[in-house]
Design a protein around this ligand. Structure first.
Ligand code: SAH
Length: 244
């Protein structure tokens, strides 16, 4: 597979309809790989021909859309509580590799990580980078958005608009298999999944989530999993069931 260069939005300047100029780290990578004027390279989701090479920037002409590889058929959004740094980094990396389409962070009563507005933005940016690197490493040609951090109320509002959301709750008796079968029977291809914080949800929060329309409260078995294990496990099961 051709190497794909990932350039963040802020490092792209549109010149005209068919041309862009890129800046930043990937310019160096492209140069180290000895790409030169006339060569075709893949940047983000498109193929471009190199028109002009400068020390700090490269001018590119659009050639075509790059072929899609590794793009999941099922559109899974993972709603994950703001876990401690290393755990959340791991969840984002693995969820992208396995095949989620979007990751949305939220806080709730038992979330121990407290961030002010500035640090929330920084955290999302760092996770966005991890997601981008994971896409690149696993050969996905699409990108995975990391969003948030939603308040618990905002989480409730957001999932109200979804066709189906699987809420993993350790006190649930409902079989995940049953819900997935019904999702398949109804040809639903957009699925939300919710995983709580290290300390889980309070009973009141769990009741509130359960009462949202189209939320299916499911068990991941009789053992209580760590939040990061639960997230990776649930995403894997959904992908396995939906993408045979
Ligand atoms: N409240 C618990 C455990 C929280 S586990 C406690 O503190 O003991 C963290 C998250 O992982 C939960 O919010 C839930 O989303 C998910 N989870 C862990 N084990 C699970 C199971 N057996 N079934 C469903 N979800 C589970």
């Amino acid at each position: 597979m051709a190497r794909r260069f990932i350039v963040m939005e802020e490092n792209i300047k549109n010149v005209d309809e068919n041309g862009i100029i890129i800046f930043g780290d990937e310019v160096k990578h492209i140069q180290v790989l000895r790409k030169d004027v006339g060569d075709t390279i893949t940047v983000n989701e498109n193929m471009y021909q190199i028109e002009e090479m400068k020390r700090d920037s490269i001018k590119l002409k659009f050639v075509d859309k790059a072929p899609k590889i590794g793009v999941p058929i099922t559109d899974i959004t993972l709603y994950i509580a703001l876990l401690k740094t290393d755990k959340l980094d791991l969840v984002v990396q693995k969820a992208v590799e396995i095949g989620v389409k979007k990751i949305v962070l939220f806080t709730s009563s038992n979330v121990v990580v407290k961030l002010d507005e500035k640090n929330k933005i920084k955290r999302v940016e760092k996770l966005q980078k991890i997601a981008q690197e994971a896409c690149k490493q696993c050969g996905r040609t699409d990108s995975v958005e990391v969003e948030g951090v939603l308040s618990f109320k905002e989480l409730e509002t957001e999932i109200q608009n979804r066709k189906v959301t699987l809420f993993a709750y350790e006190a649930s008796q409902e079989a995940l298999r049953k819900e997935l079968n019904s999702i398949k029977q109804n040809n639903i291809t957009e699925i939300g999944v919710i995983i709580g914080a290290e300390g889980g949800f309070t009973p009141k929060e769990a009741d509130e989530l359960k009462s949202v329309e189209n939320v299916k409260c499911v068990s991941l078995g009789t053992r209580i999993l760590r939040a990061e294990t639960a997230a990776i496990n649930l995403v894997s099961i959904v992908i396995y069931e939906m993408e045979e």
